[in-house]
Design a binder for this molecule. Structure first.
Ligand SMILES: Cc1cc2nc3c(=O)[nH]c(=O)nc-3n(C[C@H](O)[C@H](O)[C@H](O)COP(=O)(O)OP(=O)(O)OC[C@H]3O[C@@H](n4cnc5c(N)ncnc54)[C@H](O)[C@@H]3O)c2cc1C
Length: 382
């Protein structure tokens, strides 16, 4: 394994950091308070080529390899403090672009991918339902019935990232209830599909600059060419995008943890109590060491996973381990960062408490930490 960055990767990394620090952090406290998605920042990130990183050039992307992708996302997390914006971009790439890229027909790819890459279209996936969260497939109630040369969808999807601003949704539904998991299909649903309504944006604890709402399908008619992949391929499509999502959705948190370590060191060196910098107290320095160890272990897990993906290997267990470890590490890093900064870290103005609020969602989306452990246990034969 060789994680030495090429000159090209290094210069891309540097340009992403510089760009993010300069362009993406304006008015963040206000936007966080008002749950405001920054569409202009979204468009600016797209000009850097981030949205289309995994997409071939013929569809407007960068055709980047997995290691380059996670390094770019890590750089984004280091330079950009707007975790909500980064989360929206991740949801767009891994839950909309990835399945279209892998399972879309040529006309579907031509129709959606260029706009999803240049930022003019926003996408996401509609999977979760009020009664189907972790048991998303087993408890799914949304149905797709063949009708008039197309499909009629009925049901409700909830906790849908980007929904208030999205143009296209990858929606999963039961197309044949007699076939169990082989009776689930995926559909590409445009925002203006008749019978689709998008709910009011939810208010949340963190990731507030990433909008979220419900989708309600009330006899929503879809033409035949809305089917993504083949009828009955829903589970395969979802598992494919989940593998990429679990592998990459927290890559930016490694950049955030790097920033948290650097800021904790700087604060511990300059904050004086009892006549000496607090970093001289072992209780403080050891906490920062723990942050550093978690950071380095997270980075190694992430790079190793990306390297294996680049070799074309199966990464189901590595993806679950990486998602679990990075999400839990980010939460602990946020808690430690607040403790080291004392009252200042607890203040909104510091931005340190926001990182923690944003991190907590990482234990829930893309499969909760408990579900990742179930997957890993299953791989161990338990
Ligand atoms: C910020 C955010 C963004 C999201 N974006 C999207 C999106 O874009 N599209 C989408 O479709 N969904 C999205 N979701 C929903 C997400 O996928 C679900 O929240 C997640 O799958 C968990 O489902 P649930 O919330 O219904 O929890 P539940 O499944 O009800 O779980 C509740 C608790 O029980 C535990 N639990 C459940 N089953 C088991 C088990 N078998 N073993 C051990 N513990 C178990 C869970 O780990 C959890 O602690 C998002 C969620 C969040 C927080």
């Amino acid at each position: 394994m060789d994680f030495n960055l090429t000159e090209e990767q290094e210069s891309f990394r540097e340009s992403v950091i510089r760009f993010a620090q300069k362009e993406l952090n304006q008015d963040l406290i206000d936007r966080d308070e008002s749950h405001e998605f920054d569409r202009e920042a979204w468009n600016r990130v797209a000009t850097l080529g981030i949205h289309g990183l995994p997409v071939p050039e013929e569809y407007g992307g960068q055709a980047a390899d997995p290691l380059t992708i996670v390094i770019a996302m890590e750089a984004l997390g280091y330079g950009c403090r707007d975790n909500g914006l980064i989360f929206s971009i991740n949801a767009h790439i891994w839950s909309a672009i990835t399945p279209i890229l892998r399972f879309g027909s040529v006309p579907q790819k031509q129709r959606y991918l260029p706009g999803l890459c240049d930022g003019s279209l926003i996408g996401v996936q509609g999977m979760s339902e009020p009664g189907a969260g972790s048991d998303a497939f087993g408890a799914m109630a949304t149905t797709a019935i063949r009708s008039d040369g197309g499909w009629i969808l009925n049901g409700v999807k909830t906790w849908i990232t980007n929904a208030p601003v999205a143009d296209v949704f990858v929606v999963f539904a039961v197309s044949d209830s007699s076939k169990g998991w082989a009776g689930l299909s995926a559909f590409l649903v445009d925002r203006d599909a008749p019978g689709l309504s998008v709910g009011k944006p939810f208010k949340k604890m963190g990731l507030r600059t990433s909008p979220m709402s419900e989708l309600v399908f009330d006899d929503c008619y879809l033409p035949e060419d809305s089917l993504l992949g083949k009828e009955g391929n829903g589970m395969m499509i979802f598992n494919h995008s989940m593998d990429w999502e679990r592998s990459s959705i927290l890559a930016h948190s490694v950049g955030t943890m790097q920033r948290q370590v650097e800021e904790a060191v700087a604060f511990a060196q300059q904050r004086v109590q009892f006549g000496q910098p607090i970093g001289k107290f072992q209780a403080v320095s050891h906490k920062i060491v723990d942050m550093k160890v978690r950071l380095e272990a997270s980075r190694l897990l992430l790079y190793n996973l990306a390297w294996q993906k680049g070799q074309g290997r199966r990464t189901d267990i590595e993806a679950a381990i990486t998602k679990l470890f990075l999400s839990e590490s980010w939460v602990q890093s946020g808690l430690d960062a607040i403790q080291i900064h004392g009252a200042y870290g607890y203040m909104t103005e510091s931005g340190i408490e926001r990182d923690l609020r944003d991190a907590i969602a990482g234990r829930i989306y893309s499969g909760t930490s408990e579900i990742q452990k179930n997957l890993i246990a299953g791989q161990l034969g338990l």
